[in-house]
Structure formats: C-alpha cells, structure tokens
Design a protein around this ligand. Structure first.
Ligand code: ATP
Ligand code: MG
Length: 253
C-alpha cells in the first residue's frame, strides 16, 4: 500500500522531514489527474493535534487529498506544508515515516500475523507487537488461533474478516506511533461487535495526533473536532458536527 511513485522524485537538496507538532497546511493547492481537474486553489490549515473528518460525495477528492499529503502525486500549484516544511522538499521516505495510515481495505502479506503487525515498525519487539494488538482490539482473536501470532495470513493460513484486517492495520498504526494519522474508514458495514471494537481501538489511536479521517460512520464523525466538506474541489462547509447540522447543507443531508 505504500508504493513509491516513479513520477515523484526527491530533489537533490532534500532534507529529512521533522515533525514535532503535526501542523498541516494546504496552501492554494491545485491538482489534476490527466483529464480531470480535482483541486484549484484549495486552502486548508489543520492545527497540531486537531482531528478532522473529511466528508463529501463519491469522487469529490477525499482520497486524493490524502494521497497528495503523502506525495503519491506532485501537485501542480501551491504548497503542502507539515510543520512549516514543504513536503516536496523532503525525502519521501521521511515523509512516509511520519504518517501512519489505516487504509480503507488493508492489504495483508502472506506472512505471519506477527510480521504483518510489525510492518508498522520493523524494529519492534514481540512484546511491542502484542501490546499494539491489544490496543487495536486484535489480540483476542489472534490469541485463540492455534499458532497465535505465528499464524500465516492468506491462502495457506487464516482468512481474516474485513473487521479483523482493519484491526491488524490499526495495530500497525499503534506501533508506528506517528504524529500524523490518516484514516480511510471502510464503507462496508461491519457486524456490531466488530464495529464496537474498531470504534474503541480508533478512539485510543487518535489521541494526541493530528488526524485526517475520511469517515462514514456517525460515531467516527462525532469523535472529530472538525468536519470539512469537500465538493467540486472546494471546501464548502467547515465546522463541528453540531454546527454543520444547524447549517442544513450537504453534511446535514
Ligand atoms: P469515494 O468517496 O468514492 O472514495 P473520493 O472523494 O475519495 O471518492 P477520489 O478517489 O479522490 O474521490 O477521486 C476523485 C476523482 O478523481 C474521481 O472522479 C476519480 O475517478 C478520479 N481519480 C481518482 N484516482 C485517479 C487516478 N489515479 N487517475 C485518474 N483519475 C483518478
Ligand atoms: Mg475515496
């Protein structure tokens, strides 16, 4: 899921990104795919530690916004700054090291559960792996498997449900412990037990981090400090859950 694009290159004078506070600024950002304009002059400042939910209809550009922050594509105008540093001027590796991502449909490797979780921090000890699985509400389903953390995932091993794969991805994010967290919430409905466990895990994960979440569930949206509605490449609504409900616009709808 973390592919280094061939089109995006480090500048010869790149530096390592240093994230202390986790402030994110999109300043006058423009971006288009080959044929389709997505953003023209987008401005968004996210304060350190602020938790922002991104809302908007399908195709509005929510996932694209996250991809631009991870620099999977270069923008065509403006700047994206993290703690004052332009992300186009830092080593891509340092950028990706600074951001934890819980993707919509996490990919797991055909390796053990332990290796899959450790992917969040390759130097993690077994103890740290178990601890992060506990925080992610994943320990219990792993612990009852005959081979526990050594269980292989995929064709020759266990097949995990969507909710279980998400909890493994959340465990990775706990291990990574980055100041910035991107969450692309699954649209698929989960059974209520999975839903409760994931909510609990996410509630803990978002503490003391700057969070951008593409959220669909009301419970996740309500956990955010601020909601930003994107439409036609612009921010059309910006406020708290209660404020936007009162506004009676797209979010309320
Ligand atoms: P959803 O809620 O369905 O996930 P989204 O808001 O995340 O939608 P994006 O995935 O950001 O939307 O896509 C915005 C627009 O850009 C869409 O019209 C989409 O078809 C287009 N698009 C997305 N990725 C690419 C790509 N790699 N190349 C070309 N067009 C793309
Ligand atoms: Mg999307």
């Amino acid at each position: 899921e973390i592919l280094i694009s061939h089109e995006v290159v480090d500048t010869p004078v790149a530096t390592n990104l240093k994230v202390s506070l986790g402030e994110i600024i999109f300043s006058n950002v423009s971006f288009q795919y080959e044929t389709q304009n997505i953003f023209s002059g987008l401005n968004l400042r996210i304060e350190p530690g602020q938790r922002v939910g991104l809302v908007g209809r399908s195709g509005a550009g929510k996932s694209t916004l996250m991809k631009l922050l991870m620099r999977q594509f270069d923008i065509t105008g403006g700047e994206i700054l993290i703690d004052g540093q332009n992300i186009a001027s830092v080593f891509q590796e340092s950028l990706r090291d600074s951001i934890a991502v819980v993707p919509q449909d996490p990919l797991l490797f055909h390796r053990s559960l332990k290796d899959n979780i450790r992917y969040g921090k390759l130097s993690a000890t077994d103890e740290e792996v178990v601890k992060s699985a506990e925080h992610a509400q994943a320990h219990r389903f792993i612990d009852i498997l005959p081979k526990k953390y050594e269980t292989l995932v995929g064709e020759r091993g266990v097949k995990l449900s969507g909710g279980e794969r998400q909890r493994v991805a959340i465990a990775r994010a706990f291990l990574k412990n980055a100041k910035i967290l991107l969450l692309d919430e699954a649209t698929s409905s989960l059974d209520s037990e999975n839903e409760v466990m994931i909510q609990k895990a996410l509630g803990e994960l978002i503490q003391e981090k700057t969070v951008i979440a593409i959220a669909h569930r009301l419970s996740t949206l309500r956990a955010m400090d601020r909601l930003v509605v994107i439409d036609n490449g612009q921010i059309v609504e910006d406020g708290t859950h209660d404020e936007l409900l009162k506004l009676g616009g797209i979010y309320a709808e």
